[in-house]
Design a protein around this ligand. Structure first.
Ligand code: ADP
Ligand code: MG
Length: 700
């Protein structure tokens, strides 16, 4: 099996001595298929076996080579049979402890023997110990060779020994020496960015000299490591740019500038747009008019008013006789968007439809028909919009309100639906919560970015209180007095289990308990397993309308209300077990309050005791309402995978790079990507090298 890489061929690991089918399998479990993969399998740390240490100089925690004479050897029978072997080297003594040992070992470790051992130094009942060290007997007269390089310790899988990997790596390094692995970064660029050569970096990392800076290596900050991370980040970046180019190659619909309907929409809004909304709206309108498919990301904090910006884009699209689709991550949000869009657009004689998984039977058929024959001009929906049976008449714009839940693939599939053979629809992605800049630069490199950095006027910061559930009764009293003041309250139940069923059951139980404790108020319940119509009714009862005051005082909910739900009179939120949620999700939930004119509160009712990290996270929630800051902290604490959500599955997995550690490289990566972007051969070689197994990612 030969894979091409640039002009070179990379042989499969099966060419190595001692690698049969079983070993091939084990290596595959580590993502290693060929010699290049093997060489990119970097040590996670190193041992220093390059010099013999005096026992007297050892510290607890050291990993060291010692040479010493056996001065005592005994077997102890306490709970466990143990062999203890006392060694002395003139500078001090140490005990070797074995819990498992053979008769041969016992005979071998006799008084007077000279041993060379390698192990970790630990404290024992009678001074320093090594437990199950590696050892061999040596002859005082012969000078046995010691390691010349630091010894790599590799990430492992079951049934594979370090020594096997080391010996395979030694063979791979010989292959590398023969110059078979192409250097893909042009020399002038390597010089410009001070990046060491590929083969030198790999040689160094698999066999560093004794004087190598092990601390720097442990941090992953050695130039040799950084060079590899750089190339990998570049590969990902180029893949996304390539994707963007391919989409834009299609050409897009050049829509004329916003016309009468847009003006009418603006006229009819009960508020005026913030400066930030206007600015971003202009950016979007200009993209739409360009004749290239728009690929734009709108970021803005919870409540910054992203939806209305999307509505203007939809109206501009309809003015040009194309359809627009708005896709939401949850059913509840789709329903809410549907109501909003209907309110905004129907007065303009624009027909709005809805398709979700729960709309079935005749209703579904008629929705699908109206969409296919062009009668429906704006369609709102969930993932259901991706389904095979959904046909558009002429999709001009896809808006994805994503909450990081849709991946590149799904976006591509929506684009397929709107493709008329020549042109691709415009795409507008809105994130539900801000994403740290480093992640935008990497995971969303294919998109232009607009930021709504201003909240509508009159918003008040939400006061957040962190409180133990041992004080639940006090919390209930606070809820009682809030409800008496005619404030409305959300009570959010969370669960560790992914199971929606369990979450709903927990919410049901909580609602029952609260009804007993707060009998004087109306308590509603909403969760993901209710029918659409039931959910709508409950939301309407909670929201009320201009004529009727709300019928529900307190709404018990699962995290289904996380995204987008908008009831301005609700000003208190209790979140149970907030320690189980990510910060971005908490921020999103908390964004449901603080939408009206009164002061709002969010009570994070945690289950005691709270871990150290848990405390730190909730403190961040208490200290700030700034979604961008929270996103940065979330990234620090949980790492990029979690923060990006499903988007990262298979798409943002790095072998060597680490988005946090290497964040400072991204600026350079971006620049370099622009420089080499047009070199198709290089782009192909580099993406194949780093994302070769990643399959469709980046393929259009
Ligand atoms: P998000 O950015 O979180 O999606 P929404 O689009 O749901 O926010 O907007 C939140 C609320 O703010 C909605 O009730 C919306 O009607 C309202 N809103 C949006 N823009 C403005 C504005 N410029 N002035 C006042 N209210 C606004
Ligand atoms: Mg929103």
């Amino acid at each position: 099996m030969i894979m091409s890489c640039g002009d070179h061929k990379v042989p499969s690991v099966s060419v190595l001595k001692g690698v049969g089918a079983a070993m091939v399998n084990k290596l595959q479990r580590l993502g290693i298929y060929n010699l290049q993969d093997l060489l990119f399998h970097l040590p996670m740390r190193y041992q220093d076996r390059t010099s013999v240490k005096e026992i007297g100089s050892l510290q607890i925690g050291d990993e060291a080579v010692i040479e010493a004479e056996v001065v005592n050897s005994e077997i102890k029978f306490s709970k466990k049979r143990t062999m203890l072997c006392r060694l002395h080297d003139g500078s001090g003594s140490i005990t070797l402890r074995f819990f498992h040992f053979s008769a041969a070992q016992k005979n071998n470790l006799k008084v007077g023997k000279l041993l060379r051992c390698f192990g970790e130094v630990r404290p024992g009942p009678h001074g320093l110990e090594m437990v199950h060290p590696e050892y061999k007997s040596i002859d005082a007269a012969v000078n046995t060779a010691i390691e010349e390089c630091l010894t790599p310790v590799y990430p492992m899988t079951e049934g594979l020994q370090q020594n096997r990997v080391r010996s395979l790596m030694a063979q791979a390094l010989l292959w590398l020496d023969s110059g078979e692995l192409a250097e893909l970064l042009p020399k002038e660029l390597r010089v410009q960015w001070s990046l060491p050569q590929l083969h030198k970096s790999l040689q160094y990392l698999h066999a560093p000299p004794p004087e190598a800076d092990r601390e720097l290596l442990a941090l992953g900050m050695h130039p040799a490591q950084r060079r590899l991370a750089f190339e990998e980040l570049l590969a990902h970046h180029l893949t996304l740019l390539n994707l963007r180019q391919k989409i834009q190659c299609d050409g897009g619909h050049a829509l004329s500038s916003p016309g009468g309907s847009c003006a009418a929409l603006l006229e009819q809004l009960p508020f005026s747009l913030t400066n930030a909304q206007t600015r971003v709206g202009v950016e979007v309108a200009s993209d739409l008019s360009k004749g290239l498919p728009m690929l734009r990301l709108i970021q803005g904090d919870v409540g910054s008013g992203k939806t209305i910006v999307a509505a203007f884009a939809a109206v501009q699209t309809v003015e040009n006789n194309f359809q627009a689709a708005i896709m939401a991550p949850t059913e509840i949000l789709a329903e809410q968007h549907y109501l909003n869009f209907k309110n905004w657009l129907e007065p303009l004689q624009i027909k709005v439809g809805m398709i979700t998984g729960k709309i079935k039977g005749k209703k579904r058929v008629s929705q699908l028909e109206a969409l296919a024959n062009g009668e429906t001009q704006v369609i709102v929906g969930t993932h259901a919009l991706f389904q095979e049976e959904v046909r558009f008449y002429n999709l001009g714009l896809a808006v994805i309100d994503e909450q990081h839940r849709f991946g590149v693939h799904q976006r591509l599939s929506l684009r397929e639906k709107g493709r008329d053979g020549v042109r691709s629809p415009h795409q507008l992605i809105m994130t539900a919560t801000p994403i740290p800049r480093t992640l935008t630069m990497s995971a969303y490199a294919d998109l232009d970015c607009s930021i709504i950095d201003e909240l509508p006027p009159g918003r008040k910061a939400v006061h957040t209180v962190v409180i133990s559930d041992e004080r639940r009764d006090e919390v209930i009293e606070r809820v009682r007095s809030a409800c008496r003041e005619k404030r409305q309250v959300y009570w959010v139940c969370t669960l560790i289990e992914e199971s929606e069923l369990l979450q709903c059951q927990a919410a049901e139980v909580t609602a029952e308990q609260l009804r007993l404790q707060l009998p004087e108020f109306n308590i509603g319940l909403i969760h993901g397993r209710m029918k659409s119509i039931e959910k709508q009714t409950i939301m309407q009862q909670f929201k009320g309308d201009p004529e009727n005051t709300a019928k529900i005082d307190l709404l018990v909910a699962t995290t289904v209300i996380e995204v987008g739900v908008d009831v301005p009179n609700a000003s208190v939120m209790i979140i149970e077990n907030p320690e189980r949620l990510g910060l971005a999700q908490l921020h999103q939930l908390r964004g449901r309050v603080g939408r009206g004119s009164v002061e709002s509160f969010c009570l994070l009712l945690y289950r005691a005791p709270l871990s150290k990290v848990g405390k730190k996270r909730l403190k961040i929630m208490r200290d700030t309402n700034d979604g961008f800051l929270i996103a940065e902290k979330d990234l620090e604490i949980r790492g990029p995978g979690e923060v990006l959500g499903t988007r990262q599955t298979g798409e943002m997995q790095f072998r060597i790079a680490d988005l946090q550690r290497d964040a400072d490289l991204l600026e350079q990566v971006q620049q370099l990507a622009m420089q080499v972007n047009t070199n198709q051969q290089l782009v192909e070689a580099i993406t194949r090298r780093w994302l070769g197994q990643g399959e469709e990612y980046g393929h259009v």
